[in-house]
Every structure is written in structure tokens, then in C-alpha cells.
Design a protein around this ligand. Structure first.
Ligand SMILES: [Zn+2]
Length: 170
């Protein structure tokens, strides 16, 4: 499989008129926020994009992809591999008003000053949203003894509540 690099930004209107379909990769090393959020990341993510005009005449594009990352299990503190799956459907808008008019099944994406959308940022954002709120192993894979930790509060919740300190100051 050849790793065609996807364009970082694209004009969604022109692409929709051409009914553009493309598959390619983004380097994850260029996604700083994702790197910060994960212990480790695969080299790249393969994403497929499909641009179209829907029956209402709206320009839309959808995409799918997945990437492996390493996350820290909140139960045993070991790193584990997790596959982040993204699947999205956007319609570009010029401003917040345009976003309010969109049918609810589309997410709005604002155009930049050149009338383009930043696909790489969009993919990074979707990947960040795909990270579980509390990452942890499947129970069977976890090093921590499930019986002893189940139902116990994570350690960080045992720390003093900052608001208690405020109370003492009063
Ligand atoms: Zn674990």
C-alpha cells in the first residue's frame, strides 16, 4: 500500500463538485496535541475522505480512519495499545449562523480565510475526541487485581480538595 500524503487544507466546494474521493495518510508526529495526550502514537493514520453535494444542495464531506496509540491504564498504570476510530461527516460553513442552519446530522466546520478547511486539524480533533475519558485495559488484560480495585476511588480523588483549602482561608 502506498502512503499517499493527504493535503493539509482543501477547498471543500471544488472537491464536492468533483465528487472527490481520496485515501491517504497524515503523519501523527505533526499532531502535537495528540502526542501530548498519548504515551505513544503510530507513525501515521490512514484516512479516507469523500466529498459530495447532498440532496439539499449542501456541500458535505465524510471520512473514516483509525490509528493505534498507547494510553495509560487508569487502573494499573501500565501502557496499553488502543485503536482510536474516527468516523465523521461535516458540512463547511462560513460562520456560526451557517452552523445553526445545518441539519443536525452534520457537524459544522468553519472555513478558514482562504475558503478552505484544515483536514489535518479536523482529524486530530476527531482523534482527541475518540480517546476514552478513563482509559483502561479490558478487565482480563489488566495487571491490577480486579476484585481489590473494583469500586475503589482512583488515587487522585483521595487528594485534598482544593476547595477545602479555600474554606480554611475564610
Ligand atoms: Zn490495566
Amino acid at each position: 500500500m502506498q502512503n499517499l500524503k493527504l493535503p493539509v487544507t482543501i477547498d471543500p466546494y471544488k472537491s464536492a463538485q468533483r465528487r472527490l474521493e481520496c485515501v491517504g495518510v497524515f503523519e501523527l508526529s505533526e499532531m502535537k496535541r495528540l502526542l501530548d495526550a498519548c504515551e505513544s502514537c503510530a507513525e501515521h493514520i490512514e484516512v479516507s475522505f469523500q466529498f459530495d453535494v447532498d440532496e439539499l444542495g449542501l456541500v458535505i464531506f465524510s471520512g473514516k480512519g483509525s490509528a493505534s496509540v498507547g494510553l495509560i491504564c487508569q487502573r494499573c498504570n501500565e501502557v496499553f495499545d488502543h485503536k482510536l476510530e474516527i468516523d465523521f461527516q461535516f458540512s463547511p460553513v462560513k460562520n456560526a449562523e451557517g452552523a445553526a442552519d445545518l441539519p443536525s446530522y452534520y457537524d459544522a466546520i468553519e472555513l478558514d480565510e482562504n475558503g478552505e478547511v484544515n483536514l489535518r486539524e479536523l482529524v486530530e480533533e476527531e482523534l482527541l475526541l475518540a480517546i476514552p475519558l478513563i482509559p483502561r485495559h479490558e478487565l482480563n488484560d489488566c495487571q491490577a487485581d480486579a476484585d481489590s480495585t473494583w469500586g475503589e476511588l482512583p488515587e487522585e480523588l483521595d487528594k485534598p480538595n482544593p476547595f477545602d483549602v479555600l474554606k480554611q482561608l475564610k
